[in-house]
Design a binder for this molecule. Sequence first.
Ligand code: UN1
Length: 496
Amino acid sequence: MTDEQIFKNYIGGQWQESAGHETFDNINPADTTDRIGAFQKSNAEDVAAAIAAARAAFPAWKRTPPPKRAEILFRAGQLLAERKDDLARDMTREMGKPIEETHGDVQEAIDMTFYMAGEGRRLFGQTTTSELPSKFCMSVRNPIGVCGLITPWNFPMAIPAWKIMPAVICGNTVVIKPAEDTPLSALNLVKTLEEAGLPPGVVNYVSGFGPEAGAPLAKHPDVPVVSFTGSPEVGRQVAQAGADLFKHVCLEMGGKNAIIVMGDANLDLALDGAIWGGFGTTGQRCTATSRIILHKDVYTEFSQRFVERAGKLKVGNGADPGVQVGPLISRAQLSKVERYVEIGVREDARILCGGSRLTGEEYDRGWFYAPTIFADCEPGMRICREEIFGPVVVLIPCNNLDHAIEIANGVAYGLSSSIYTRNINNAFKAMREMETGIFYVNAPTIGAETHLPFGGAKQTGNGHREAATAALDFYTEWKSVYIDYSDKLQRAQIDT
Ligand code: UN1
């Protein structure tokens, strides 16, 4: 890839420049002198063209038998698997996370592609009984139309795949607007679908920014389905944009995910989980472990060992071998972390390690921040309630399981949670009581698999789930079908 590379939008099967002829730069967050290329700064006109292309492609795609749609997805999955190394390298360059993690991100996209391809021969509805004789009842799934997909930068290929694959296997067509920080990985995914034989117009891609490209997509009257992953502030705008037309809106937003470590936990295991959950992806996952609720019996030992482990993490350019923690995605995200650390200090939380930007030759051209741990935190502190989305973990002491659950549930979000314990009663009680969409026992809060529903309770989302068959419920509309073969009028609820 050269410095001069210009990437285009993909609309109706054509690679096109923005009508506004403006571009923006995609920059490596580990080295801001490394410019990956220029992407189209799309506007409402580009978005409207992409929607028109998706609309035009819908009737034929909706009538394509799902197993035929699936054949294209199977091919795409295979191509992604063959190209995994290159795709991961591109992703580390634009997003920053270590190469091992970007391999995982591409793998998650492959998993979702194959999973949804398999749905081509399922897409099950129900057949059921009727209360009347000689009457047959069934429910079938119908596609809805054009889906507007707005995706974040932290899983630059996995999350686009979570949304595109179920949408298209169900017979919908798509316009995707990926985050402006990571437009290349979504483009690589779309290119792969094109090469796999997806007909023109089924998936359309416009790069650009939220206000100029995301907002017109969310608002457009020809887009009945909108799926968004990102911040609660933007999620609210997306929901409001869809409200007038009663759009189907799927929102996946923040988290403040907690691990509970009980006195009987395997501490080595809990430490491994806390390090991976807290500092993996530089804490930039919605599922990241940002709170650790420690039983008082293990508080001191865990804190000491956790700090020791965090201090040994190798922070650096994710493309370099041995690096465990990459940069933050942008200057804005770095500033947000700095702001929250100041808030924590003002709230009298005690910094055990980190607490500052990393400097020196290895770091000066990127957005690097030291893994940071706050101790002696009170559940009511802002750093214990608000999402930071960076390498910052708070330690909160607790007296017993009920206390731990009360603290864990005492936030507005409800994405993921976990407990480390050897006591099966504790594990099941926590499973029942934790107000999160995802729950782990003896594993950290990250690491969801594609064949289980993904999403959160409370203010993390709006009740929908991605992945698994749950995604099919979002991307289809049920049609209940009654076939009366009695040759007479039979009145439900009246004739017996
Ligand atoms: C996200 O952070 O938005 O469960 C997605 C996980 C990953 C997906 C995270 N499989 O951590």
